[in-house]
Write a protein that binds this ligand. Structure first.
Ligand SMILES: [Zn+2]
Length: 217
């Protein structure tokens, strides 16, 4: 049975998230990357829903993902270290994880795929645990939250703007690697790995559900 991936690109429209030195904004770029990523994911066998409607709140998006039966919730963002009035110096990809090994493993796979295409490897920021973002702590399924690079830095902004298709390919190959789509199918070892991953994902979902229940009480 193929996994269902729900994509939630940045919902805040212009003037939020202006790319340094360009007439490009985070919502538009991330929406474009989400549609390209969706196509790539479908081509390798995932089921996909891209939700790019800025009118839908994060709460509404998460509720929609739950109702649809998403296995994985994938926000897509670019990052900023300033308020946009001056150029930022921070650079590089970052993936935000829920505080659980299964989430960290999936985020690591996506991070590694992003770093493969990012030109300045030394600037990579790795996987970080996040304990506040709604789409990380209120999603009862796996979430992988990439901040692809810094749009308020001129070099990163240029790289982003020139590479939407490569970025989509990286997000797709990271998730494919995590879900074992590149493994040669049929060996006992692959099957063991798959069982281990499923066990970890169920433990993650149990823990997230219990925490959400606590928040709602
Ligand atoms: Zn954003």
């Amino acid at each position: 049975m193929s996994k269902k991936i729900y994509l939630s690109p940045e919902r805040r429209v212009a003037p939020h998230g202006k790319y340094w030195g360009m007439e490009l904004y985070e919502h538009d770029f991330c929406g474009d990357v989400a549609r390209r990523t969706g196509k790539a994911l479908e081509q390798v066998g995932f089921q996909v829903k891209v939700q790019d409607d800025p009118a839908l709140t994060l709460e509404a998006r998460v509720a929609e993902a739950v109702k649809w039966g998403a296995d994985c919730y994938l926000p897509i963002h670019t990052n900023a270290s300033t308020d946009g009035t001056q150029q930022g110096t921070a650079r590089g990809p970052l993936v935000l994880a829920y505080d659980h090994p299964a989430s960290q493993a999936a985020c690591q796979a996506v991070y590694e795929a992003l770093l493969k295409i990012y030109p300045d490897k030394g600037k990579g920021r790795g996987v970080q645990v996040n304990r506040t973002f709604y789409e990380i702590i209120r999603t009862p399924m796996l979430s992988v939250y990439p901040e692809i690079a810094f749009h308020d830095n001129g070099d990163d902004a240029k790289w982003l703007a020139q590479n939407p298709q490569a970025i989509a390919g990286a997000l797709c190959s990271g998730l494919s690697a995590y879900y074992g789509l590149q493994q040669s199918s049929g060996t006992q070892e692959d099957y063991q790995k798959e069982l281990e991953r499923e066990r970890a994902l169920r433990a993650l979902a149990e823990e997230k559900l219990a925490r959400i229940q606590k928040i709602l009480e």
